[in-house]
Design a protein around this ligand. Structure first.
Ligand code: IVH
Length: 678
């Protein structure tokens, strides 16, 4: 290091620090106290000045600079990290009686002790944990399965209500927990923009918040205007925190966290009930979603005395608000055709506010649904939305029915291609049988084939597929492998496919030839054959030829493959056109066989304890799978355990023990990766 630069840069470093501090202060005033001290332009100018300096002197740029809030760094993958303190969930109920029982039980257990409760909102978003050391944010992790979550630090830094550096006095090492929520107005604005851009809107603010935290480009996340509501604070042994939950949150607020003011210390059940009552009505005036009230014992010293049940602490409970219901006129019905030809009726509704968002559409599921509810033309429908994702039609508002209203006549022709619809015996849905020429089916199959969980040709999005389809280059999935560079260049009105993107596309197509057989099978889009079904079929039959030669009875032998799926698979392969596609895919070099001869040896010498529930396996299946790969299954965590395979709702005792004796955790996806045939 030469003398000059160290002397030269000192004033710059100081200038950068001053700017950063000032921007931090203005941000704090703006987001925490709703106060704008300068104009937007002045603020932007300051931020740009700091950005310029950081570009000029990257070695002086702080990783916690407020410029990080704008994002820019890209998350390649989200590293999985173990939670230092497991993230437990709460017992919850819709019943006031159960809240009374909770209160009475707690009082009894604490036998004569003086104590109180805190009541606060249950924020409807995504739980994350933030680790702070020496007043600086070092890591942000999603809840995941409670034991292991995703490291989303880069994206968390873009959320203005997450302090990067703490103010005043703070514990040297602690974790702040809270919920990332999507405020309604920002959510609505973002969804409108998505629709204008031809993208699928998010179903609700919670989904949108969760999707935003998983965005690869943190600059995109920065645009999402998320908010963090802190609700919990914990620290390792030896670091003192205030003795009440209320006191902890107050302290957190002084450190610069956004702690919502809607929190109240309650002395007894009547005060708790009054709080619930108030918010059950007042919640609609909040700028963000809440789906209930969380009641916690305020004195933290009592938490240990009350302890934990299998899943959640005994010192807290959540009361969930009942779903809100409105009635709104049915304007018309769209019939959507999916890739399998399945037709779904969707109600276009007169827009109505429900649970903080505007509802315009809701599924009518199938013809039986319409018939069972006896929906008539011009009816008003009751729509409900619990804490749940999608607004649901739950009935007809008969008070608003016009006299003599005629029942809905279900579509009899495909709205896309005009082919008469068919209804297979025993099935609720109608289908368009014109699978070879009906546009949404063709495009849908192509989209499914290139999807992330199938052949993963990510550069081939819906728009490009449409382009290739219209140009006559891709009509079926096998055509994808015939594409040549010269056909691609300059395709599209604005020459969407330039040299480089054409090369990238061809490279992605080439890479997909290594995708394992089970995913190729899934990619074919055979009705009822999902990811897991494809895996089971692939493992059972081992290669395409044996699968194609199988009888319906043989197919139905496979675990989890019922007669309906067996029939669908058999029928699919019976069609010469489908066999021809498979043949062309084979010639293109796709994987047509897997290697599972003796299961595998990946887990040889390992002892694995299984806990919780899994997405792709039942508990027995995953145990059998471990053994098939040479591993041993054991029921209790000990020093002999190689891994604790932790699913959703893993037992807290097992987690604690594993942590204490240093047994590493394994998630389901890590497990699948570990046992995958490469
Ligand atoms: S306290 C050990 N307080 O609700 C207690 N949770 O199942 C930790 N949530 O996953 C949770 N608002 O994500 C707490 N004010 C609040 C909350 C809250 C929302 C979420 C949290 C948790 C779930 C409870």
């Amino acid at each position: 290091m030469d003398l000059f630069s160290s002397i030269d840069t000192e004033p710059v470093r100081r200038q950068m620090e001053t700017l950063a501090e000032e921007i931090d202060r203005l941000n704090h005033e703006y987001y925490m106290n709703d106060r704008s001290l300068i104009s937007d332009q002045e603020f932007d100018a300051m931020l740009r000045q700091l950005q310029d300096l950081e570009r000029q002197y990257p070695e002086l740029a702080s990783p916690l600079s407020p410029t990080k809030r704008v994002g820019g760094e890209v998350n390649k993958t989200f590293r999985q990290v173990e939670h230092r303190f497991p993230m437990l969930s709460l017992g919850n109920t819709y019943s006031i009686e159960e809240i009374e029982e909770f209160e009475a039980r707690t009082r009894k257990l604490l036998d004569g002790e003086e104590f109180s409760y805190t009541c606060e909102l249950k924020y409807d978003g995504v739980a994350i944990g933030l680790t702070y050391r020496h007043g600086r944010l070092v890591q942000a992790v999603t809840r995941g399965n409670g034991a292991v979550g995703d490291d989303i630090t880069l994206n968390a830094k873009t959320i203005p209500t997450i302090p990067l550096r703490l103010r005043g006095d703070y514990p040297d090492d602690f974790e702040a927990r809270g919920e990332v929520v999507y405020p309604f107005d920002a959510f609505e604005a973002m969804n409108r923009q998505r629709e204008a851009d031809g993208l699928e809107p998010f179903a609700n603010p919670r989904n949108a918040a969760s999707g935003s935290l998983k965005l690869q480009d943190s600059a995109e996340c920065a645009k999402r205007k998320l908010m963090f509501c802190m609700y919990f604070m914990m620290a390792p042994d030896g670091i003192a925190l205030p003795g009440t939950h209320y006191g902890r949150l107050q302290w957190a607020s002084q450190m610069g966290f956004k702690v919502q003011p809607y929190i109240k210390e309650c002395k007894n059940i009547d005060e708790i009930k009054a709080f619930i009552d108030h918010w059950d009505r007042a919640r609609w005036d909040l700028p963000f979603g809440t789906d209930g009230i969380v009641i916690k014992v305020n004195q933290t010293a009592l938490w240990d005395r009350l302890g934990l049940t299998a899943k959640s602490p005994r010192w807290a409970i959540a009361y969930k608000f009942k779903a809100e219901r409105v009635s709104t006129p049915l304007l018309s019905i769209d019939y959507q055709v999916g890739r399998t030809g399945k037709v779904t009726p969707v109600a276009n509704l007169s827009p109505v506010h429900l649970g903080g968002t505007v509802v315009r559409r809701a599924t009518l599921v199938n013809a039986d649904f319409i018939q069972n509810f006896d929906i008539c033309q011009g009816d008003s429908l009751f729509i409900e939305k619990g804490g749940e994702i999608i607004p649901k039609v739950v009935g007809v508002d008969l008070d608003r029915r016009a006299p003599g209203a005629a029942p809905i006549a279900y579509a009899d022709r495909c709205p896309e291609c005009g082919t008469p619809l068919v209804r297979i015996e025993g099935e609720a849905a109608h289908y368009c049988p014109n699978s070879d020429h009906c546009h949404p089916q063709l495009i849908g199959r192509l989209e499914h084939f290139v999807g992330r969980k199938a052949m993963d040709i990510e550069t081939l999005g819906p728009e490009r597929l449409e382009l290739l389809y219209k140009a006559g280059l891709v009509r079926d999935v096998a055509d994808i492998y015939t594409l040549r560079r010269e056909q691609l260049i300059g395709l599209g009105t604005d020459a969407t496919l330039q040299d480089k993107s054409a090369d990238n596309l061809l490279a992605a197509i080439e890479a997909s030839k290594d995708i394992p057989f089970e995913r190729v099978l899934f990619a074919l889009g055979i009705r009822y054959v999902g990811e897991v079904g494809a895996k089971k079929l692939a493992r059972y039959f081992k290669d395409m030829d044996s699968l194609m030669a199988a009888t319906e009875e043989e197919l139905a032998q496979v675990e989890d493959v019922g007669t309906v799926t067996a029939h669908a698979v058999y029928e699919w392969f019976a069609l010469p056109a489908h066999r021809a596609i498979v043949q062309r895919l084979r010639e293109a070099g796709l994987q047509m066989a897997g290697q599972w001869e003796a299961g595998g040896t990946q887990l040889e010498g390992m002892t694995i304890v299984v806990s919780g529930t899994f997405e792709h396996f039942s508990r027995d299946e995953i145990k059998a799978d471990i053994e098939r790969h040479g591993g041993k299954v054991s029921s209790s965590v000990s020093t002999k355990t190689t891994y604790l395979l932790a699913g959703e709702k893993t037992g807290p005792e097992k987690l604690k023990k594993a942590e204490r004796i240093g047994v590493p955790l394994l998630t389901e996806s890590q497990y699948i990766e570990m046992t995958a045939v490469t």
